[in-house]
Design a protein around this ligand. Structure first.
Ligand SMILES: [Fe+2]
Length: 192
């Protein structure tokens, strides 16, 4: 499983474990989506010569969609739920306020419809890389077709739309009023 190779220990391993608890799957379609999303973000950063906080980017990727699995009366805007889960998960690692804010924004802003580069490189990278994977590379932000084909072969997309479709339908049933806010997160970012 590639996810374990990317995150052998520490906060990223803890975030991967949290995703597995939330989704009830190990190396499932959602986990593979988060792995591809991370590898795409890392590649985008490399090609642009952008320095990244790799540990933070891994944590953000693993948990960026985990709020989809929230249930019950406490479930809100799923991207905000994911932010909370991620910040709870890394709490014991003593991250700075700055890193906690970046991690939270990277998750909460990943469906924003316009650039979030002013909030930090990792925040915009999560937004772009999710678009690349969800669109199956139709939106590629300059990544080569060959590289993307290799990625999709190495980390298969099998089952992705079944999983996403299932969770989206549940969201429409259980928290429809939260859906517009997924695409219009608080644009200034917010404190961790
Ligand atoms: Fe995603």
């Amino acid at each position: 499983v590639i996810a374990d190779d990317l995150a052998p220990e520490g906060a990223p391993a803890e975030c991967l474990a949290a995703l597995r608890r939330a989704s009830g799957e190990h190396d499932g379609p959602m986990e593979r989506h988060t792995v591809r999303q991370f590898l795409i973000a890392e590649r985008l950063a490399h090609e642009a010569g952008t320095r990244i906080d790799r540990e933070l980017l891994l944590c953000a990727a693993f948990l960026h969609d985990a709020g989809l699995y929230a249930a019950g009366p406490a479930a809100g805007v799923y991207t905000a739920d994911g932010r909370r889960l991620a910040l709870d998960t890394v709490a014991k690692y003593g991250w700075s306020e700055q890193r906690r804010r970046l991690l939270g924004d990277a998750i909460e802003q990943h469906h924003a419809l316009t650039s979030r580069v002013h909030l930090g490189a990792e925040v915009e990278l999560m937004r772009r890389s999710d678009l690349v994977d969800v669109s199956r590379g139709i939106i590629a932000f300059g990544l080569s077709r060959a590289w993307l084909r290799g990625l999709f072969a190495a980390v298969p997309r099998t089952g992705f739309w079944v999983t996403i479709g299932h969770e989206l339908r549940r969201m429409v049933r259980e928290r429809p009023s939260t859906m517009p806010r997924i695409f219009a997160p608080p644009s200034g970012g917010r404190p961790a």
